[in-house]
Design a protein around this ligand. Sequence first.
Ligand SMILES: Cc1ncc(COP(=O)(O)O)c(C=O)c1O
Length: 422
Amino acid sequence: VPVPTDLAHARDLDARDELAPFRDRFVIDEPELIYLDGNSLGRLPRETAARTQDLVRDQWGRRLIRGWNDGWLSLAVRVGAKIARVIGAATDEVLVADSTSVNLFKLVVAAVQARPGRTRLVTDDLNFPTDVYVMQAAARLAGPGYGVDVVRSPDGIGVPLDTLAGAVDERTAVVVLSHTAFKSGFVYDLAAVTELAHRRGALVLWDLSHSAGAVPVDLSAAEADLAVGCTYKYLHGGPGAPAFLYVRRDLQANLSNPIAGWFGCADQFGFGEEYVPAGDLRRFLSGTPPVLSLAAVEPGVDLILEAGMERIRRKSVGQTEYLIALWEAVLTPLGFRLRSPRDSGSRGSHVALGHPEGWRIARALTERMKVIPDFRPPDTLRLGVSPLCTTFAEIHAAVQALRMVVEERLFERYSAERSGVT
Ligand SMILES: Cc1ncc(COP(=O)(O)O)c(C=O)c1O
């Protein structure tokens, strides 16, 4: 049955949404602004605004250096333990530090060193550029003969397991993939891919940036080796918030951090001349964390845990399904193509729509219609659903705005030249 395209239906879906009350837990100063870019930068939790004020004014302002012993020193581990519960890891397998790019570097280099004689690093062409750049750098550092193999997606949307399997063999040191692809939203079967790599003796490193807080992940059940991810997307950590990294417990003592620093050594305040790494995951810390940003990650993670990944996923699937149904009914005649998997089982929390005028449509939406999507070249609009904040009525309004921008050719008023953050 076709989905009703009227606003009353959207309102009815909102009225029946069990997570609807969570929207009030966020700072929403401009309720008429339709924000569909939580997959790039999540909204600000009210609690974070209050806690940041306390952190700056009272903790830094009054406690000064004593703040480290009051709790700053353990933040990386403490917040990591909470994120662990979101991604199905044990509490001593996750910590928060550095950026996703830097954590990728640390873990890719460690993985390659842990598989001597294996010279191939495998990824796919759906992966985020930073992942590939880091892998290329790690391969160069490892020496001659090392290199990155990029598996091609047949349709630009997903990669079948068989296709991936063809690229993983006894020469593979590590497979690095985004669990949820940043452009199409395609989701890999994490357990199946991990098992495939293990059968061939390779390690797997998962980039969970577009999954954590939106798509359920069970690293322990899959016996996944390594993972990293952003906290500023669906975890609502804030712009530039430090990232998380995961190393399965039994691997921790055998992997070396290439950015050996004093925060990762066994006796940080012994100030010894020789680097002796911590016996546990803390060896993957490097230097002093950005305490203000790190502390700001916690309230968003608390909200995710309170809502629960199961309910979050149910709403996310309901909302992307609704968006795709509206696309089919309203937007297909206007030239929009679905660039995400149709099957919700292999789709994350955003929907990608292709249109030859994608960039100018994105501009018109942002500047004229008060709808914020984002844009990925050459022609893809991403519409992200942030399950704790997004309403069905907003999705309805965004589709109506897309229709109007194209029907009335409002995009023609904007320049085709790209600039700034897109
Ligand atoms: C999948 C993925 N990996 C890595 C990154 C980059 O992370 P960072 O810039 O924090 O290093 C992003 C950023 O959006 C991303 O989407």
